[in-house]
Design a protein around this ligand. Sequence first.
Ligand SMILES: [Zn+2]
Ligand SMILES: [Zn+2]
Length: 151
Amino acid sequence: MLDTALSWKHRATYYTCRQKVQQVQEALMKGKDDLSLCPYCVECTQYTQAQKKVKFICGHGYHLHCINRWFQDHPNSVGSCPVCEGEKSSRGDAPRDEAQTFILHSLHRRFPTIITQECIESWEGCNAELWLTVLKCPRYSSLFSKVFTRE
Ligand SMILES: [Zn+2]
Ligand SMILES: [Zn+2]
């Protein structure tokens, strides 16, 4: 019974992730320089009037608490837009889409078991429109064995 509950939770996380990826796709397709998403937490910035927002000259907007957290972790880049000045791809070849790459890393931080490091590497190079078609629910077995040994 415990396993059923965990299996359900695993699938629920997957569906949340899938919805989030879809939301990201839509935002990226609408406009890359004026996203309606906060690239750090991948949540909408438009309908949260209560939360303070920060917008850089480049057009990228963040929640105030998100940008503060980013600056805490990256003290060297305080004052500059994380998407434009932050993590650059390790591969220095063709110019890539910084916003897309940055959001991909944010998705990985939120859903490490679904958007894996391997996903980042293969998704980085392809259009965000394709992400949903390659998104798969990972096997649940590892979770099961972990729970099993604990009991
Ligand atoms: Zn945010
Ligand atoms: Zn920017």
